[in-house]
Design a binder for this molecule. Structure first.
Ligand SMILES: C[S@@+](CC[C@H](N)C(=O)[O-])C[C@H]1O[C@@H](n2cnc3c(N)ncnc32)[C@H](O)[C@@H]1O
Length: 206
């Protein structure tokens, strides 16, 4: 995208910003990595490209003036709680578009986003959720059509469009949870998965 400046936090090897730059999706990358070895790896991966690689924690190395020039941020391949903590620490430094791919389900991030960001897009790839948030303080219309608890857990947009990857994930989860010893937690999880499958018209009428 012409002039688009993108921040990637927790870059590790730096392959994501390199792909975004080489495919022309962004014009400039700012990259933050907390740990020295992956930081050095990112520097090598991005050498010769329009990228500014910084060693540091989350938005710490991005001061308010720099943050005002950034169009979007990605934070991928970490737990949802860590991603949420990074986003919550510097609310004034957040760009208008956020893309997250937590390793363990996006519920915490969706709950954090309410009132400040809308869910603009959701994708499920190999049971990982990729959620795009755009800044808005209005009520998020994504949540209008589906029960709130299911939406936070499985994604309002994935549920609304009966996403085939979500459906496959729920069917697998149902089989996995039904085979577990019946603890209160497994029981609650299974009930939630069954509720989502019923909403998608794939309940087993139990
Ligand atoms: C598992 S890797 C994910 C790499 C890449 N984003 C991906 O999706 O393939 C997570 C990386 O995030 C870095 N990281 C964790 N917490 C961070 C923080 N608060 N600020 C910057 N980097 C962080 C870790 O050092 C690690 O290199």
């Amino acid at each position: 995208m012409r002039g688009h400046r993108h921040l990637d936090i927790g870059s590790d090897h730096g392959y994501l910003p390199r792909y975004l730059l080489e495919s022309g999706r962004i014009a400039h990358a700012i990259v933050v990595e907390k740990t020295r070895a992956p930081y050095e790896l990112s520097c090598r991966t991005l050498m010769g490209l329009p990228a500014d690689v910084r060693l540091g924690d989350g938005f710490e190395p991005i001061d308010d003036a720099l943050s005002a020039t950034i169009d979007s941020v990605s934070i991928t391949g970490m737990g949802a709680k860590l991603i949420t903590a990074i986003l919550a620490r510097h609310p004034q430094r957040l760009p208008p578009r956020i893309v997250v791919q937590p390793n363990d389900g996006a519920e915490t991030i969706r709950r954090w986003a309410i009132g400040s960001f809308h869910v603009a897009n959701e994708q499920m790839i190999a049971h990982y959720e990729i959620v795009t948030l755009v800044r808005s303080t209005d009520k998020d219309p994504s949540y209008a059509a589906v029960p709130e608890q299911l939406s936070f857990r499985f994604g309002p947009r994935l549920l609304s469009r009966r996403d085939p990857q979500l459906l496959a994930y729920l069917v697998l989860q149902q089989a996995r949870l039904a085979a577990l010893p019946s603890t209160p937690r497994a029981h609650r999880e299974l009930a939630l998965v069954r509720e989502a499958l019923a909403l998608l018209g794939c309940g087993d009428d139990r």
